[in-house]
Design a binder for this molecule. Structure first.
Ligand code: FE2
Length: 335
């Protein structure tokens, strides 16, 4: 499909879905519930109030939990700093809903000179990020959700991967996967390639375990949440094409086909709200029907996604855009 056609489909899908979404926390039949998705916001200091508006909007919505898909801000304006992390953590801890956060490239892989962070050390930031945001066995927020962390495994290989988490709500298995932009940390330095190789191996194990858990739970669907956009062939795609996630993507395709039920991959990274079917596309071959990709809004678009899980719906998930009223730009058409 050409780019214009893709845009039309995405726009129409968004409008239809927005109309279908219910506002309450619980919706539809037995076992229905709602949650929120956001990320990639407040890159500039003047956008901080816009993020506050998003958080306020989330807080007044009736939701079971919210998930932040990574990128706490822009590297040039503090996303690599302890100060900004502390501000975000306070905001997340103040969430009335349980809040789950998965790391973005702006918190570590992009923390170096070329990204406007003089003297930045990505691997040091990664270690600090894990210690800062991923403590205990529960989510952030005033109402905590108990999470299963990959680090709970007896195998010491997984000990530091506290950020890879899984939880079950209703008929759905949810998991986060630490896959980030900037080619998932591959190709930056010899040390980063070693880090990438291990994390990639561990992520593949966690992804397989997630699907196995979904099968064991007899879940109707699995939702995988990560920061990186791993579909470079579908524009807009951020940065250069790379190989840092290709092995993982192949595994995702294999597991999705074997699972046979609804699979949704949520990510940020390109800052382009869309719902599409990018997996398994080949000439004259349909995209894999049980797989859907959902990308959240990202700066300069300060809004969030409202998701309803309705067991009576054949697709399980109903996605709705939530336009945050005070963040709507005042416009005047000019020729
Ligand atoms: Fe971003």
């Amino acid at each position: 499909m050409d780019k214009l056609a893709t845009l039309i489909v995405v726009t129409c899908t968004a409008l239809v879905l927005a109309g279908c979404a219910t506002d309450g926390g619980r919706a539809g039949g037995t076992g229905a519930f709602t949650f929120g998705l956001f990320g990639d916001l407040a890159y500039l200091p003047e956008q901080e109030p816009l993020l506050e508006n998003v958080l306020t909007d989330l807080n007044v919505a009736s939701l079971e939990f919210v998930v932040h898909v990574g990128d706490l801000g822009g590297p040039r304006y503090g996303s690599c700093s302890n100060e900004l992390w502390a501000r975000r953590k306070a905001q997340f801890d103040a969430s009335v809903h349980p809040l789950i956060y998965t790391p973005g490239d702006n918190e570590w892989t992009d923390c170096h000179d070329a990204q406007g962070v003089p003297g930045g050390d990505p691997l040091e930031r990664l270690t600090s990020l894990r210690a800062f945001f991923f403590q205990g066995e529960h989510s952030l927020g005033r109402r905590a959700l108990i999470l299963k962390r990959q680090s709970q495994s007896a195998d010491p290989l997984f000990r530091k991967y506290r950020e890879n988490v899984r939880w079950v709500h209703g008929d759905v298995t949810f998991m986060t996967l630490h896959v980030v932009g900037s080619n998932n940390g591959f190709g930056f330095s010899a040390a980063s390639d070693i880090e990438h190789a291990e994390r990639n191996r561990v992520n593949m194990i966690w992804l397989r375990e997630g699907f196995a858990a979904a099968r064991a739970n007899n879940s109707r669907a699995i939702m995988i949440i990560q920061q990186a956009n791993i579909f470079p062939e579908v524009l807009p795609y951020p940065g250069k094409l790379g190989t840092g996630s290709s092995e993982l993507r192949a595994l995702l395709e294999k597991e999705t086909i074997a699972f046979g039920k609804t699979v949704v991959l949520v990510h940020g990274d390109s800052h382009y709200f869309r719902i599409d079917k990018p997996l398994g596309r080949r000439p004259n071959v349909p995209a894999i029907e049980n797989f859907t990709r959902v990308e959240t809004f990202g700066q300069p678009n300060h809004h969030w996604l409202h998701v309803t899980v309705d067991p009576d719906d054949p697709n399980v998930f109903i996605f709705g855009q939530r336009t945050v009223a005070p963040n709507v730009m005042k416009r005047q058409y000019r020729q």
